[in-house]
Design a protein around this ligand. Structure first.
Ligand SMILES: [Fe+2]
Length: 261
């Protein structure tokens, strides 16, 4: 299994605070069956800035330490990039990191809204040959209220990454229900841990895939796992064919879900 969204690098964001935790997280990942993960520290989110050179040297050092400790895990470089007006320039000048050197970038929207220019950025990124993956849309307040707006972003060329903890109920029942609905509507292309530590925000990737197999079937697990591998191999992602395209989407489900908020 490959995990494309983790905060395993030590001391640079709200993820692992030190090398001991990074290595403990790596051991926990391997125990779950994870063979490779992308280190995606927060970048440009107003609280953390982790430029390319910092990430590259820490990924290199982590891999050296993993090899020395004989922990069979490959670490790839990446960033969780908060979308902002400098996004396109950062991509064009190659100051920003894609995931594992691929054409895929991991983008984080603010937690409350979908930025007005999101469609424009997705369009421009696609023109540059860059494929945007939007991190945990299920936790964005505007997406929760207006899932059709996220659907539009997907139709415009974005991919959706749901977090294992959302599927497993760690962020509450509404986000859990919403996450499964997004999966079943084919708005999600990747499942990742967004692991920050070993206590409340671990990996739980194997557990999430077991649940996906029970609820959505083995073919869906296969697609999500293949897609995670295709990101690091820079292949074209598969679209999970859960949604029955012969039927119109019923967004009333979401409206009812949030009617009492
Ligand atoms: Fe994250």
């Amino acid at each position: 299994m490959i995990d494309i969204h983790t905060h395993i690098l030590p001391g640079i964001d709200d993820g692992a605070p030190d090398w001991d935790t990074s290595l403990a997280m790596a051991r926990a990942a391997v125990e779950e069956g994870i063979t490779g993960l992308v280190a995606t520290p927060h970048h440009a989110n107003g609280r953390y800035d982790n430029p390319k050179t910092v990430v590259e040297s820490l990924v290199e050092e982590l891999q050296t330490r993993l090899n020395a400790e004989r922990i069979p895990l490959t670490v790839y470089k990446g960033q969780e990039i908060r979308v902002n007006t400098d996004l396109l320039e950062g991509i064009e000048t190659k100051e920003l990191l894609s995931l594992a050197g691929s054409s895929y970038v991991l983008l984080e929207m603010p937690s409350s809204t979908i930025p007005e220019r999101m469609s424009e950025w997705i369009y421009e990124l696609n023109l540059l040959g860059i494929k945007p993956i939007i991190a945990h849309p299920e936790r964005n307040a505007e997406v929760l209220q207006h899932p059709d707006r996220f659907q539009r972003l997907v139709e415009e060329g974005a991919f959706g990454q749901v977090t294992t903890h959302s599927l497993l109920g760690a962020f509450g029942k509404k986000i859990e229900t919403f996450s499964w609905k997004m999966c079943s509507e084919s708005l999600i292309h990747l499942v990742s841990s967004d692991a920050h530590n070993l206590s409340m925000r671990g990996f739980r990737l194997a557990e999430a895939y077991e649940m996906i197999e029970r609820k959505l079937g083995p073919a869906c697990v296969q697609t999500y796992q293949t897609n995670a591998r295709l990101v690091v191999e820079n292949g074209d992602l598969e679209i999970p064919l859960i949604f029955d395209k012969t039927k119109p989407r019923n967004w009333n489900f979401f409206r009812k879900l949030f009617a009492n908020r």
